[in-house]
Design a protein around this ligand. Structure first.
Ligand SMILES: Cc1ncc(COP(=O)(O)O)c(C=O)c1O
Length: 358
């Protein structure tokens, strides 16, 4: 059976598995903010139309300078992208015929983009899924031969946080062995940011940090991401990216998102409270859960062999979860669930209660 590589687009999932789609479907397979986007975007929508017929600024200004100021980094060390996904593709382009370490289970695009560019992968697996504790000794050994190490922090699909000091330890090791580190912080804005390594950029030339704005700000369809790294790397990537790759709407909308810190704060608080209830519910059913700091988490049924049956039971009942068939180390024995509005979470709980015959 061919499972899709990502969450979202649930209509095609029902088609693929030839399951009749219920009238009401709740998509818990993706990780975008359940409360949409900052209200200012809707309020200013008609003014935004003026931007459509004009080419965007080729260096994504004024957003680039505003963001650099907010992050307290030099403008030359910052590069915006048409979603973090675009930057991942171009970043991977630097590693053809070179070795790159990835630590599973993690975001599937690393493997896909690196393999597409002809990189040779060193694939390690964490010892414990719940905490996503890194196999530091093993990683360090392989850093001797690798050009780069990819880390996802907080990790997708588990939502767990890697402590900053572990990353710094690896950065020091990488400096000695000539290994770069890419830290994908696509979900870091769901936290207090204390574990972000953006403040370490000036200190470690082998560090690049990737960020997405699509999840927190609910703008997955607009596409906006960025990376922070050494100036030479930014110049190199910029020379290969298409001109005008960040569209004019994304630049304007990005500015609005940055201005609305309140939206971020409220989103974190609302999701945290719903997530607490969800974790409580899952534990009541004796499920294992990952220690997530983000707006999604993974859980495992008491009998992991029943995971596929439960996944399809949920689909038939209008609940779309994210399977883990293509997450190495989870091998389909876990399910990822996005934290969504109360109505969706209630429906999920009802379906799970029914599954357990309650
Ligand atoms: C860990 C991680 N990094 C990067 C991305 C890509 O984000 P964007 O929507 O900005 O392309 C995703 C999207 O799911 C993700 O989960």
């Amino acid at each position: 059976m061919q499972y899709p590589p990502h969450g979202a687009n649930f209509q095609s999932l029902y088609e693929r598995f030839q399951i009749p789609m219920p009238e009401m479907v709740y998509d818990l397979s993706e990780n975008v903010n359940a409360f949409g986007f900052p209200p200012m975007i809707k309020e200013q929508w008609f003014q935004l139309l003026n931007k459509i017929s004009v080419y965007p600024h080729p260096e994504a200004e004024p957003l680039r300078s505003l963001l650099a100021k907010k992050l307290n980094v030099q403008r030359e060390t910052l590069l915006l992208g048409n979603g973090a996904a675009e930057l991942l593709t171009f970043f991977a382009g630097r590693f053809s015929n070179r070795k790159v370490i990835i630590v599973h289970p993690t975001f599937s695009e690393y493997k896909m983009t690196l393999e597409a560019q002809g990189a040779e992968l060193i694939e390690l697996v964490v010892q414990e899924i719940e905490t996503y504790r890194l196999p530091i000794v093993q990683i360090k050994e392989h850093m001797e031969e690798a050009a780069c190490l990819y880390l996802c922090n907080p990790n997708n699909p588990t939502g767990s946080l890697i402590p900053k000091e572990s990353i710094e330890e690896l950065l020091i090791c990488g400096e000695e062995t000539g290994c770069e580190i890419l830290v994908d912080e696509a979900f870091m804005d769901w936290t207090e940011e204390s574990e972000s390594v953006i403040p370490l950029i000036g200190r470690y030339p082998n560090l690049t940090v990737l960020r997405s704005m699509t999840k927190m700000y609910g703008i997955a369809g607009i596409r906006l991401g960025y990376l922070v790294g050494r100036k030479e790397l930014v110049e190199e990537l910029e020379s290969r990216l298409p001109h005008w790759h960040v569209n004019a709407l994304a630049i304007e909308i990005g500015k609005m998102c940055l201005e609305d810190e309140n939206f971020r704060r409220e989103s974190i608080a609302k999701h945290a409270s719903i997530k607490r209830n969800l974790e409580h519910f899952l534990r009541k059913h004796q499920c294992k859960t990952t220690n997530s700091v983000t707006n999604f988490l993974c859980f495992q049924l008491t009998d992991p062999e029943e995971t596929r049956d439960f996944y399809f039971y949920c689909l038939r009942n209008g609940i779309v979860l994210r399977h883990t068939e293509n997450f190495i180390g989870m091998d389909g024995k876990w399910l990822r669930i996005g934290v969504k509005r109360e109505e969706a979470m209630k429906k999920f709980q009802q379906v799970m209660d029914e599954w357990y015959g309650k």
